[in-house]
Design a protein around this ligand. Sequence first.
Ligand code: FES
Length: 277
Amino acid sequence: MSHADLRLPQVQKLGQTSRTDVWWLQPLVVLLGLSAFGVYATWAAFQARDYFYHTGGAHYLSPFYSPLLYGAPHEPRWIDATLPSWWPSWMPFSAAFLILAGPGAMRFTCYYYRGAYYKAFWADPISCSVGEPKFRGEKYRGEYRLPLILQNIHRYVFYPAAAFVIVLFYDAFRAMWFTRPDGNGTEFGVGVGTLVLLLNATLLGGYTFGCHCARHQIGGYLDRMAGRPIRTACYTCVSWLNKRHMGWAWVSLVWVGWSDAYVRLLCKGVFTDFRIF
Ligand code: FES
């Protein structure tokens, strides 16, 4: 058998490779998908209106504005004020500004997304055995120094993200209660919007509780799970979600954007909600 000495790292120009598959397709899809979501979410956050639909007895709150800390008196606000007293008068206010950093930090520091957007947005690494930008290749610092060492906050942002999921389930539960036609009290019902919000909370739950940190919190530091049937069941469940983490990440991202758009379009009167029963 013949041998050849290859010096590592092999010098390649950016994008140079002997691969013949469409290796560039996945980073391109990630680039377009995350960019589109980022633009839409930013636009929706700046709107500061059309986030709560309450026509026909429904109570649908956009997930981009939940929990609604400040809002109008008829909205499900948590604090009895329209906006914080400390908010600068010259700055436009949106209740979404106060909360989007929580789920945003969860996604930004997520182990899956890091691998995906490092490839898609700054090509480092761009893909296996494909040439990288030279200015980074010679001084690889990984995530051990600023600014990327800050990605380690992921294990802490998991907790507020989990709380957000609980709040979104509560919103879906509230969407099951419609104001009676005579205005006296509420009655149980299900509209299409109820299902949209319920599926949104479920998908975000699947993404959040399949997090690598959740897996570690539930059982990762135990040598043996024997004798702990409840924790074993939870660990198995989280591990099942974790294996499909990329799928949950994308489906939940698309659906949370659609949930906001659904409520927004209802508020604008583009279409009406269908009450199933
Ligand atoms: S690893 Fe993706 S949310 Fe934690």
